[in-house]
Design a protein around this ligand. Structure first.
Ligand SMILES: [Zn+2]
Length: 110
C-alpha cells in the first residue's frame, strides 16, 4: 500500500477526529493544539493500531499525526486567506482560512 505522504513533504497539520467516547481527539495531547494549522515537514512514518501516521519536524518529533488530518502544503506566493487576505504562500491548496481566522470563527460560534 502506498502512502499519501513521504519524508520531506510539507504538510498542514490538523486536529485528530473526536473520539465519541472520550469527547476529545483520539491519540492527542493538549500540547498538539499549538501546531494545528501550521506547516510542517514530515520526518518519518509511524503505524498506530494499523493506521498510517507521521512524525513531523515542528513538534520535535514527539507526537504522531494521523494521515487523515494532513493536507499537502503548497508553495504559491499568490495564496491568501479567504477571510483576512493575509498572504499564505505555504498554506493548504484550494480555499484557505488562516489559523487566526479559524480561531475567531470558533469563538463566534460558541
Ligand atoms: Zn485569515
Amino acid at each position: 500500500m502506498s502512502h499519501r505522504f513521504n519524508v520531506g513533504d510539507h504538510v498542514i497539520l490538523g486536529q485528530h477526529e473526536i473520539d465519541r467516547f472520550l469527547g476529545a481527539p483520539r491519540a492527542w495531547v493538549l500540547y498538539m493544539d499549538n501546531y494545528v494549522g501550521r506547516v510542517a515537514t514530515i520526518t518519518g512514518q509511524y503505524k498506530y493500531m494499523g493506521e498510517q501516521a507521521y512524525y513531523v519536524d515542528i513538534d520535535g518529533g514527539k507526537y504522531f499525526w494521523y494521515e487523515t488530518v494532513l493536507k499537502h502544503a503548497i508553495n504559491n506566493p499568490n495564496q491568501k486567506c479567504i477571510e483576512c487576505n493575509i498572504s499564505a504562500p505555504h498554506a493548504a491548496e484550494g480555499q484557505y482560512t488562516c489559523s487566526f481566522c479559524l480561531a475567531s470563527k470558533e469563538l463566534d460560534a460558541s
